[in-house]
Design a binder for this molecule. Sequence first.
Ligand code: NAD
Length: 344
Amino acid sequence: MPTALVTGSAGFIGYHVCARLLNEGWRVIGLDARTDYYDVTLKDARHARLAPLGDFVPELGRVEDPGRMAALFERERPDVVIHLAAQAGVRYSIENPRSYLESNIIGTFEILEAARAHPPRHLLLASTSSAYGANTSMPYNETDRADYQMSFYAATKKSTESMAHSYAHLYGLPTTMFRFFTVYGPWGRPDMALFKFTKAILQGTPIEVYNYGDMSRDFTYIDDLVEGIRLLMDAVPERPEDGIVPEGDSLSPVAPYRVVNVGNSEPVQLTAFIEAIEQATGLSAQRNLMPMQPGDVPATWADAALLRSLTGYTPATPVHEGVARFVEWYRSYYPRNSCDPQMK
Ligand code: NAD
């Protein structure tokens, strides 16, 4: 069976991607630094569940460690590389920009260098809806200019897109850059709204509702995201020979490089999202209405036409269903709601 290298394998999305590939019989090398951005025991629990699923090789290490990725690529010669490891989070980047520089910019550089030496069949990297910046009209389309990033997190992710494009062009590396939209579901991140809101509602403490609730997000359920990733793994971009890109495609005119939104394409108001949590928990939220947070945007919305045309697939889990599955997981994982994730 082929080998996949998945970075960020103890993270929320990485864990689910590894589980999917192991269930299909892939050999999976899972690299993660187990950073303490949030509860490390949750990361360990995710990794621990992967080993019994198949041929899983966990690797502890940082992507930006000089030579670390080069040695790993040389040893394993992965067929496919899915680079998800990153310092995520918009708000944390305001006070801690250096960790984004190191993990996201230098880390991606080390991945690209290793891929240059030992090219995988397909290199896939995670970017974000935040890369669209301040001036993009709705819904976000991959061919939009996407300037004026609002946070340093977004700036590092947008930079990695440019870096990956140049490597794809210069060294012929088939590369897909995902733009993910607010992913949620079981085993989700303690720093994200669904986790924080569920925890607070179950504990009877107030939730912080930014922009006085006037926000919307294109919430994407984790199983739908993994399906999109899995199908895109087989949609390997090729360099267009004549430089002409088919209409609606974000394929580069000079490189085997493509940007693809992986999003639900159905934005949901924050107020409706909170109501879905109330319904799933059977409890009322105490809302603490707050102003807009720096670095944030009021709305996101994925144009999912390119994902559909490349894979025939569109994410479709309704938000109330996805939220109910998260709440069910949360209650079973934290039975007495005793968790106190160490968040920064
Ligand atoms: P996560 O924080 O749960 O997972 C990231 C994992 O990477 C963590 O386990 C962490 O320990 C590891 N990591 C961080 N820095 C590292 C480093 N320098 N070296 C090695 N490992 C390191 O986040 P996630 O939600 O699973 O996100 C995965 C990817 O998707 C990230 O690139 C993120 O920016 C992107 N993304 C996520 C969302 C979302 O809604 N979850 C939205 C848009 C983009």
